[in-house]
Design a protein. Structure first.
Length: 296
C-alpha cells in the first residue's frame, strides 16, 4: 500500500503571525537607505512617498529638478510637482535661493529625513544623553544633514518655516502692487482656463508688464486669455511661466486708429409736388416731375 501524499505546505514557523505580511529580513551593509517610519507610513499619495524615498537614496549634489524626476518616474510633471509641494509643506523639502561665490543666484534643494522643527538634538559621542549641571557648558546640537543639488559654500541662515500649503515667494508684495492691476487679474485667472497655468507671485510680477503692453495695443482681456491658453502642449518641460513668456514676446499689431469724426453722408433732397400732376418727387426746388417735363 502506497504512502499517502499531501499537497499542503509545511508547517509555518512558530511565532509567525496568522495573517498579514511576513517580513523576510536581510542584513544590508551597502547600498541601502534609512527612511523614518513617519515618512514611509505617511498617509496620502504613494507618489509623494516614492519621490521622497528616491531623493533620500541619491547622493549629495544629485539633480532633483522636476525634469530629472520625470525622466526617472513614469508619472507626469503634474503629479511630480504636486508631490514636491506636499513634501515642502510637510517640512521635508526646502528650496533656497542663494548667491554663490561667483555672484550668481541659484536655487538649492535641501531634503530633511525628519521634518524641520521635529528633529531632536543629537547627544555628543561617548557621553550620556543627559549631563549633570557641573559637567560644563552645554554643547549645542549639531546642524541637520541636508541633501543639496550642489553643496553650499557656507551654511546660510535658515529662513522662517513657510505655513503648510504655501509656497515661498521671492517677489516683494510691493512689486506686485506696482504692476498693472488688470494685467495681474488676467494672469491670475489663467488657471481657471487651464489648471496647469498656476503662477507664483514672482512670475506674475515678471509677466505683468508684457500683458499691460498688449492691453495698451488695444487687445481685450478675453483675447489675451485666448492667445495665451490656445494650443498648449500636453506636457510642460519647464514651468508654465516660460511658455507664457515665450508667447508674450510675439508682439501683436497695434489696433488701427479710430477716426474722430464719422464720414459725412450725402444729404437727402427735399420732397417737392409736381405743378402738373401733383406727384411727389425729390428735387432741390419746386418744379415739374420727369414725366411732365418729357410731355411738355
Amino acid at each position: 500500500m502506497a504512502k499517502p501524499q499531501s499537497n499542503a505546505p509545511s508547517r509555518a514557523t512558530a511565532g509567525a503571525p496568522t495573517s498579514g505580511v511576513i517580513h523576510v529580513r536581510t542584513r544590508l551593509t551597502t547600498d541601502f537607505t534609512v527612511i523614518a517610519n513617519a515618512l514611509a507610513q505617511r498617509r496620502g499619495s504613494a507618489v509623494t512617498i516614492g519621490v521622497a524615498a528616491y531623493i533620500l537614496s541619491l547622493p549629495d549634489g544629485a539633480i532633483v529638478s522636476i525634469a530629472a524626476l520625470c525622466r526617472h518616474f513614469t508619472e507626469g510633471e503634474i503629479l511630480i510637482s504636486r508631490a514636491l509641494r506636499e513634501l515642502e509643506a510637510a517640512g521635508y523639502l526646502e528650496r533656497r535661493r542663494e548667491r554663490g561665490p561667483d555672484g550668481q543666484v541659484r536655487t538649492r534643494t535641501y531634503f530633511y529625513d525628519v521634518p524641520r522643527g521635529q528633529r531632536q538634538p543629537t547627544p555628543p559621542p561617548n557621553r550620556p544623553a543627559r549631563q549633570p549641571k557641573s559637567a560644563g557648558p552645554t554643547r549645542l546640537p549639531r546642524k541637520p544633514t541636508v541633501n543639496a543639488d550642489s553643496a553650499p559654500a557656507s551654511s546660510p541662515a535658515e529662513p522662517p518655516t513657510p505655513r503648510p500649503g504655501t509656497m515661498p515667494e521671492t517677489a516683494h508684495p510691493s512689486q506686485l502692487d506696482a504692476s498693472d492691476p488688470q494685467a495681474v487679474v488676467i494672469l491670475a485667472s489663467l488657471r481657471m482656463v487651464d489648471r496647469r497655468l498656476i503662477l507664483s507671485r514672482r512670475e506674475v510680477t515678471e509677466l505683468a508688464p508684457a500683458v499691460a503692453d498688449w492691453l495698451a495695443r488695444g487687445l481685450r482681456p478675453e483675447e489675451i486669455t485666448g492667445l495665451l491658453t490656445a494650443g498648449l502642449p500636453k506636457y510642460f518641460q519647464s514651468r508654465p511661466a516660460r511658455v507664457l513668456s515665450y508667447r508674450l514676446r510675439e508682439v501683436p499689431l497695434a489696433a488701427p486708429p479710430t477716426p474722430d469724426t464719422p464720414p459725412t453722408q450725402r444729404a437727402a433732397l427735399p420732397w417737392q409736388t409736381c405743378d402738373g400732376c401733383e406727384r411727389a418727387f425729390r428735387a432741390p426746388e419746386p418744379s415739374s416731375c420727369r414725366d411732365c417735363r418729357e410731355a411738355a
